[in-house]
Write a protein that binds this ligand. Structure first.
Ligand code: ARG
Length: 459
């Protein structure tokens, strides 16, 4: 049933029912109720301090809003769906409860500054929360890395075996991706951390409000200086969703490896039953569904990013109703990333690592070939010639179905007289790893240094 809206005075007819539903954002923005109540409380207190409303009006507003918050928390309050958005729903409920003072709350503000105040507060705390969840996943990854400073697996380029690496080195890449995601969320938080409250509809207000006061009461570190910018800027939301999209991108890369590694072909890890599913027809199946789902959900978060960018494109100043479309995608990006972080963390905490299988895989693929060429290059053979010689050695080994470390000195010497017994040592895959002592390389010392750096930075 249509109700006359808060702007009823200028209107002679009720809004069309279907259009009211079309124009409403309450189903989405009801999620901002905490932020909206906090914003209203700060605003009312400031109005009283400035002598714009009386102290007793302010007290009634504070108590009324606290009681509403309590009832929502307890699940005792359901908003009237006739309200367009959470801002109107809460103001109407307040006035229903406390009468006259409730009608004074909206002095010197507009929903245009109110909505973006709420949204910015939400982004600040969501960025903090996701930062902590990212850190949690980093900790899980680093714990596995610390336990695998001697585990060797193949490193790949083009998904072909390339050079053996420590498992810890590989895992520390994942942690580095997440460290960058945290930096992006910190930047998104800083962008959101500015108060638009008091900009009113777009041009400010003739009331003697104190914007600094409401900003600091709400925990914002600064005030947005231009009232029109305050109500029309949504860059902070783009920053947030971009950070989430990058987080999903990284999770999708991690998940892709978890999926590959848990196949019989790789066999590097076994995901726990808790984090896998079976098949309704094939009794033998154990699928890395949750990793696949995380990979798949990356697409929707990219969609959220494209959606807000497109909504903002070409918007004239200042507020336009298009901006109501800013929240749903951001909430979705937040929820999706949070759920996927929990899923990936669970998978990593509970997976078992098949170190023998990793080592066995690292024996294949002729991965010591570069080291053998380097050895020749260090013994008076030009590297280009050494590359050619070792290429022929690999072809020979392949044709004779031997690994490089199974070749005898005599066999090697068919290809170059430069080979002496000591050359055979470089063919041991453990030595290949240990030799990579350049900064950031995969030798144990270097990987330990990375681990130490991660821990001193506190991730
Ligand atoms: N529901 C609106 C939104 O989410 C609130 C601001 C509405 N302002 C207006 N003038 N219609 O953007």
């Amino acid at each position: 049933m249509a109700l006359k809206a808060l702007w009823g005075g200028r209107f002679e007819q009720f809004m069309n029912d279907e259009m009211q539903a079309f124009g409403a954002s309450l189903p989405v923005d009801r999620r901002l109720w905490r932020e909206d109540i906090a914003g209203s409380k700060a605003h009312a207190r400031m109005l009283a301090n400035q002598g714009i409303i009386t102290r007793s009006d302010n007290e009634a507003i504070q108590e009324g809003l606290d009681a509403i918050a309590h009832d929502i928390e307890e699940g005792r309050l359901d908003f009237e769906l006739s309200s367009e958005d959470i801002h109107m729903a809460l103001e109407q409920e307040l006035t229903r409860r406390i009468g006259e003072p409730g009608k004074k709350l909206h002095t010197g503000r507009s929903r245009n500054d109110q909505v973006v105040t709420d949204f910015r507060l939400y982004c600040v705390s969501a960025a903090d929360e996701l930062g902590e969840e990212l850190e949690g996943l980093q900790r899980s990854i680093v714990a596995v890395a610390e336990a695998h400073l001697d585990t060797i697996l193949p490193g790949y380029t083009h998904l072909q075996k390339a050079q053996p690496v420590l498992f810890a080195q590989h895992l520390l890449v994942w942690q580095a991706m997440l460290a960058r995601d945290r930096e992006r969320f910190a930047a998104a938080r800083a962008a959101a951390d500015a108060s638009p409250l008091g900009a009113a509809a777009l041009a400010g207000t003739p009331h003697a409000i104190d914007r600094e006061d409401t900003a600091s009461a709400l925990g914002f570190s600064r005030v947005i200086p231009n009232s029109m910018d305050a109500v029309s800027d949504r860059d902070f939301a783009c920053d947030f969703i971009y950070a989430a999209a990058m987080g999903m991108l990284h999770l999708s890369r991690i998940c892709e490896e978890l999926i590959l590694w848990s196949t019989e072909e790789f066999g590097f890890i076994t995901l726990s039953d808790e984090y896998t599913t079976g098949s309704s027809i094939m009794p033998q199946k154990k699928n890395a569904d949750l990793a696949e789902l995380t990979r798949g959900k990356t697409g929707r978060v990219y969609g959220d990013l494209l959606s807000i960018l497109t909504t903002l494109k070409s918007l004239p100043l200042a507020y336009n109703k298009d901006l109501q479309e800013d929240k749903e995608g951001l909430f979705d990006a937040h929820d999706t990333l949070a759920a996927c972080l929990a899923a990936v963390r669970g998978m990593i905490d509970t997976m078992s690592i098949n170190t023998e299988r990793m080592f066995e895989a690292a024996q294949g693929g002729y991965m010591a070939a570069t080291d053998l060429a380097d050895w020749l290059a260090a013994h008076d053979v030009a590297f280009r010639d050494a590359h050619e010689i070792v290429g022929r050695v690999v072809l020979y080994a392949e044709q004779h179905q031997k690994r490089l470390d199974e070749l005898t000195l005599d066999e090697l010497r068919q290809f170059s007289e430069a080979f002496v017994p000591e050359a055979l040592e470089v063919l041991d895959i453990r030595n290949v790893v240990a030799a990579r002592t350049s900064l950031g390389g995969t030798a144990r010392k270097e990987v330990e240094a990375q681990l130490r750096a991660v821990k001193t930075r506190s991730f």
